[in-house]
Design a protein around this ligand. Structure first.
Ligand code: NAP
Length: 246
């Protein structure tokens, strides 16, 4: 059943950056639909924290790499919240399967491209008609500095995140006249499960961060919210990286 609030869809909203984005949007009075694939306890925690802020929140199990599953999930979200209410899409779900190019398996290449890049396409593909019909939409895709600069050992991940930049700019151009903006955030090293093996003590890489520390999920979520609430910015890629890729 629909209410008067706008709805934000956050993929990968069960943990890490996505959870923080979901909580910030709940604080801005958005109803929240999170999409996750693995851990129902983490998803339930995000839903519970959003609900405490007085909004509706529902978690949907969906592999963003699947065209059919994302279609069914967007249909379910539309049914639960009302198509008119859907205003925000944050394509945040992502994985790493790192390895050197000479050794990388076809499976690791395919899975990273499918989740990180095709996943964002799938979600935009299935929500864009709603945004066009509503004459308003705000899309933010999560890229990475790895997609801007390249990173040895991450050819699959870098390619997926560079692809996100092209996807973002093309979507921005295609949907601008319909009242839809599309931007990207490119984080550097952010403290989440994804980077749990990197510590400030053990990584030479961290010495390359001009601001001298890893980023926090709050640093990224602030940038996502900034772009979602900036109606005259589209096609932008905003680095949140402590200066690594300047
Ligand atoms: P994380 O803590 O590992 O969380 C990943 C999230 O994505 C989880 O909610 C996970 O759901 C979800 N997810 C993974 N595969 C999925 C799939 N196939 N379908 C649906 N959901 C899926 O990651 P994070 O560090 O917060 O990263 C979030 C985004 O920021 C990613 O796109 C990542 O590439 C990007 N990024 C991160 C960093 C960093 O330093 N952390 C830097 C640059 C860019 P489950 O809990 O169900 O598995």
């Amino acid at each position: 059943m629909a209410d008067s609030r706008k709805t934000a869809i956050v993929t990968g909203g069960s943990r890490g950056i996505g959870r923080e984005v979901a909580l910030r949007l709940a604080s801005l009075d958005y109803d929240i639909a999170i999409v996750y694939v693995g851990d129902p306890n983490e998803a339930a925690e995000t839903v519970s924290e959003c609900t405490k802020k007085g909004v509706r929140a529902i978690a949907y199990v969906c592999n963003v790499a699947s065209f059919e599953e994302t279609k069914e999930t967007v249909n379910a979200i539309t049914k639960d919240f009302g198509g008119d209410s859907i205003e925000v899409l944050v394509n945040n779900a992502g994985i790493t399967r790192d390895g050197l190019i000479a050794m990388m398996s076809e499976e690791n290449w395919d899975s990273v491209i499918s989740v990180n890049l095709k996943g964002a396409f799938n979600m935009i593909r299935h929500t864009s008609r709603l945004f066009i019909r509503n004459k308003c939409g705000r899309i933010v895709n999560i890229s990475s500095v790895s997609g801007l600069m390249g990173n040895a050992g991450q050819i699959n991940y870098s390619a997926s995140k560079a692809g996100i930049v092209g996807l973002t700019k093309s979507t921005a151009r295609e949907l601008a006249s319909k009242g839809v903006t599309c931007n990207a955030v490119a984080p550097g090293f952010i403290r989440t499960d994804m980077t749990k093996n990197i510590t400030e003590e053990n990584s030479e890489l961290l010495k390359t961060i001009p601001l001298g520390r890893m980023g926090e999920v709050s640093d990224v979520a602030a940038a996502v919210v900034f772009l979602l609430t900036s109606p005259y910015i589209t096609g932008e890629v905003l680095r949140v990286d402590g200066g690594i890729a300047m």
